[in-house]
Design a protein around this ligand. Structure first.
Ligand code: NCD
Length: 375
């Protein structure tokens, strides 16, 4: 006789798979949970060894990287998972014309989660659409860099205990710097007050400004020189000029070397200000500041490891209580093609345009891949 059904067995609800393509994939609560887990991992690194045993992280790096790739590898291996991947796309089938979608379908069979960096805005979203495993955006063109922003916020909270109410200056190439975009949106979400410091051609792009205003009610002050506002800043976040992303129409010579944070500028800064930089630096952040107790940039890159450990453990579902409820998003098919020449939809022709609507005082419509505003 067959056994009667076990009526006491609880139905196990299948967990919805989560990605981190932009920070909008996480709620503020989830970000705070990731930080709590990261802090626990940072203080007892060895305790967490083994929780990712038998899990594999694929690192697909179509663009150069030192910190992001190595800190992801370090994070995964500290959890005792394995890594596989590439850092030179010339050695992959991309050179034979393989699409991102097909690459994603393949890697699904080889790994348990993916981190991807690509020169096209929206590339990580395409990978996420064509896999059955979690995808982390390690930087997509001049669009976003969400895990850098997580490490940045975590570093500020470690030093200042909060983001809310802080005056945060973002200085440098705000036009093409993806780290600056994610950071600005993240600071605004947690109640920090932004000041954008850049020569005019390098100021924040309209899509970031529109999201800041509509979603977070912020219209940041824009200034051209750091000396104008240095004494007001609690956090000074410097970025390098993204030489590799400047369009031929831009006069690179006019903006090259146009901003520099050095000891003499820092003389007028608050004694407890923080100097941050996603690194690599080129010539916009003087080495003489490295011994200044306000310098936090090496701390920032070190913090990326526990933050990425916590993120990996959360995404592969080993820490069940971290990712609880994805934020609601309004995304739909669109008939409008994206005008951003860096957008993945202009390269991978099988993609259908999609738009995201952000609710605010006025309805804001943006390309769901690259964030570019749709008219
Ligand atoms: C940043 C990047 O790749 O966007 N680097 C990083 O990941 N820490 C910043 C930059 O390259 O300027």
């Amino acid at each position: 006789m067959p056994n009667p059904p076990d009526r006491t067995a609880r139905k196990i609800k299948k967990r919805k798979m989560r990605h981190l393509v932009t920070l909008d994939d996480l709620s503020n609560f989830e970000i705070e949970q990731i930080f709590r887990l990261a802090a626990g991992m940072q203080s007892h690194l060895e305790t967490w060894a083994g929780i990712c045993r038998s899990k594999l992280l694929a690192t697909l790096f179509y663009e150069p990287s030192t910190r992001t790739r190595l800190s992801f590898e370090s994070a995964m291996e500290r959890l005792n998972g394995g890594t596989l991947g590439f850092a030179d796309p010339q050695a992959t089938s991309a050179t034979k014309g393989e699409t991102l979608a097909d690459t994603a379908r393949m890697v699904t069979n080889y790994a348990d989660l993916i981190v991807v960096r690509h020169n096209w805005a929206g590339a990580a979203r395409v990978i996420a659409q064509h896999t059955h495993i979690p995808v982390i955006n390690g930087g997509d063109g001049s669009h976003t860099h969400p895990t850098q922003a997580l490490a940045d916020l975590y570093t500020i909270i470690q030093r200042k205990s909060k983001i809310e109410g802080l005056t945060v200056g973002i200085c440098g190439d705000l036009q093409f710097g993806r780290a600056a975009h994610s950071f600005a949106l993240a600071v605004a979400r947690f109640g920090g007050n932004l000041i954008h410091i850049a020569p005019k051609p390098l100021q924040m792009p309209p899509w970031v400004l529109a999201q800041l205003e509509q979603c977070h009610g912020q219209i940041p002050l824009e200034v051209e020189s750091i000396t104008e506002v240095i004494d007001r800043l609690d956090v000074i976040y410097v970025n390098r000029l993204q030489e590799e992303r400047l369009p031929p129409s831009m006069d690179a010579a006019a903006v090259r070397g146009s901003y520099l944070l050095n000891a003499s500028v820092m003389e007028n800064a608050k004694p407890d200000a923080m100097i941050m930089h996603p690194l690599p630096r080129v010539n916009e952040l003087a080495y003489e500041l490295d011994d200044d107790p306000r310098a936090a940039y090496f701390e920032q890159s070190a913090n990326a490891v526990p933050v990425r450990m916590a993120l990996i453990a959360s995404l592969v579902g080993l820490e069940q209580l971290i990712l609880t409820q994805p934020p609601e998003r309004d995304i739909a098919l669109s008939t409008q093609t994206c005008e951003n020449t860096n957008c993945v939809t202009n390269y991978e022709t099988y993609l259908t345009s999609e738009r995201e609507t952000f609710k605010g005082d006025v309805k804001l419509q943006a390309c769901a891949y690259c964030g570019n505003l749709l008219s």
